[in-house]
Design a protein around this ligand. Structure first.
Ligand code: F6P
Length: 321
């Protein structure tokens, strides 16, 4: 391998820039020529590719978003699009790719490898933490800290007004953002798609906790069947005298400076991605499991949604008195 390109695809996540920097500089360290592809797979199809050196990635480790920009590409979903992408790579003499993203990114990469001779290694970049093969994805730690910061602020006003707040957080089909941020903000209940919601139990808990506290916070994962607004209606139906408000945090969760954890994770995985390609790996995602670098085939990384740790859900219940 002589020439490697890196791209970011799907929803952006804080720490992607640290990952890009690590990939480019590791390649240069090993004497390779490095390229950046703009706007994910769209840039591959449309030949938006640029040579990068150590300076191109200077002063980006601390920045949120992705300097390479990102997209969810429709063209790359077609065979013609992928063929065009491969031809563009060949024009530059690029013989391997690092893709940073989530399950859509790795599904595209798997298809590409099946049809064309191009080694690809993936790096998990999504705030949702919904990939197997790594304990944490790049961006998850920053996102949960953003949620914690927002909910702490909501708690201040909730407490002043004796209110119940329903806070809806991102995560697509996964409740992992909701669960950890719920524990760390002392939420009275956390509703996640992985578990059936026992509304009776939640209403009892809300009622019971009333004597101990004047504000109550329920974190609802966006993937929950009902969603924040419906959950708030149910609470109002049960307790018409409660003053209930809803806050949907939205895309604020995707931005901001990456935390130290995300910068270190992205740096470690970037080095592992390039060195994995040099060792001859392909079709795998780099991840960190119990502190150790691991490589997991794309098919496994995307199909096995992480199991929810029921010890964590118990903690919410025990501590919500
Ligand atoms: O996958 C990251 C994520 O932020 C999810 O949590 C959310 O469901 C989705 O992307 C939102 O996507 P978009 O920015 O395209 O609306």
């Amino acid at each position: 391998i002589k020439n490697i390109a890196v791209l970011t695809s799907g929803g952006d996540s804080p720490g992607m820039n640290a990952g890009i920097r690590a990939v480019i500089r590791t390649g240069i360290y090993h004497g390779l020529n490095m390229y950046g592809v703009y706007r994910g797979y769209d840039g591959l199809v449309n030949n938006d590719i640029e040579a990068m050196d150590a300076k191109s990635v200077a002063n980006i480790i601390q920045r949120g978003g992705t300097v390479l920009k990102t997209a969810r590409s429709d063209e790359f979903r077609t065979y013609e699009g992928r063929k065009q992408a491969y031809e563009n790579l060949k024009k530059f003499g690029i013989d391997a790719l690092v893709v940073i993203g989530g399950d859509g990114t790795f599904t595209g990469a798997s298809k590409f490898i099946e049809e064309f001779d191009i080694p690809i290694i993936g790096m998990p970049g999504t705030i949702d933490n919904d990939l197997a093969g790594t304990d944490f994805t790049i961006g998850y730690d920053t996102a949960i800290n953003t949620v914690v910061d927002a909910v702490d602020k909501i708690r201040d006003t909730a407490e002043s007004h004796d209110r119940v707040f329903v806070v809806e957080v991102m995560g697509r089909d996964s409740g992992l953002i909701a669960l950890r941020s719920g524990i760390s903000t002392g939420a009275e209940a956390v509703l996640i798609p992985e578990l059936t919601v026992d509304y009776d139990a939640i209403m009892k808990r809300l009622d019971k906790s009333r004597s101990n506290k004047s504000s109550r916070i329920i974190i609802v994962a966006e993937g929950d069947k009902e969603g924040g607004l419906v959950v708030a209606d149910k609470i109002k139906e049960n307790f018409p005298h409660y003053d209930v408000r809803v806050s949907i945090l939205g895309h604020i969760q995707r931005g901001g400076k990456p935390t130290c954890m995300d910068r270190v994770l992205a740096s470690r995985l970037g080095v592992a991605a390039v060195e994995g390609l040099i060792e001859g790996r392909r079709g795998e995602m780099t991840g960190l499991i119990c502190g150790q670098i691991q490589y997991t085939p794309f098919e496994k990384a995307i199909k096995h949604i992480k199991q929810v740790n029921t010890n964590l859900t118990r903690i919410v219940e025990i501590l919500s008195l």
